[in-house]
Design a protein around this ligand. Sequence first.
Ligand code: SF4
Ligand code: SF4
Length: 279
Amino acid sequence: MTRKQLCRWIDEHFVSNGGNVLTAGQAVRPELAGLRIYEKPLVGTGSAADPLFGELKREGVVGPWHMGPQEWLPGAQSVVSLFFPFTDEVKTSNAGRPDEPSAEWLHGRIEGQAFLSALLSELCQWLRAQGIKACAPSIDPRFASITGGKSRLGDPRISADTFGSNWSERHAAFICGLGTFGLSKGLITKKGIAGRFGSVIVDCTLEPDVRPYTDIYEYCTRCGACVSRCPVQAISLEEGKKHPPCSAYMAETGRRYAPRYGCGKCQTGVPCQSKIPGL
Ligand code: SF4
Ligand code: SF4
């Protein structure tokens, strides 16, 4: 399989899957039916043998519980990372409200993630039909998130202040050349920070993208806009992002907007929302 074939499949199925458009049955308000959630995804590729994947196991980066490409898929050769930028409708609806997430943003987070997961599943099936082994960690039964130390991983090295998972989409995207981290801990791509990530590990060789950056925070200007956007002061120029207040606020939105949740104020109404700031 070539990169061109892969990108053509993604472009075609991004449209034909249909899940990128909100149905009347899903919409919390009738006028939201027909909302397009994402723009076409960016695609980045990396080598499964990239030594940076090993670095993610270090304490303070992700942690020793982070699984490398070979652990997800023995024989792994390449990693494909996808960034799905939210549409202007989703972003601008959330940019104008300082206090609560817009309905469009909540749909982006929940129905958007469901669409992304379905597309990853279809992509894995298509790859396997060609004899290529494939694993999308985020939809693999072994995937586990960690929230304030709570996780089904049962790893004694996980402490009460640990947040993350055993596969970091943002770090994989950084390695695959898609972007660099912001103060708010999102990943700033050439289409901005507001969107969601997914990835697939494969046992065929794809030419790795050359990372057009060297520093992990290269695209962040430290303008501080995300600091003042955060409703619970979880971000500061001095200390970056603190996960506990963000996580507690997310849980609160889960109670207020069940079955949806979300915030995204630090990703909208900021200079890095839709582009690399300063460019
Ligand atoms: S809003 Fe400014 S400080 Fe925050 S992540 Fe974006 S560029 Fe960096
Ligand atoms: S998602 Fe919301 S609560 Fe969390 S850091 Fe961003 S603005 Fe703050």
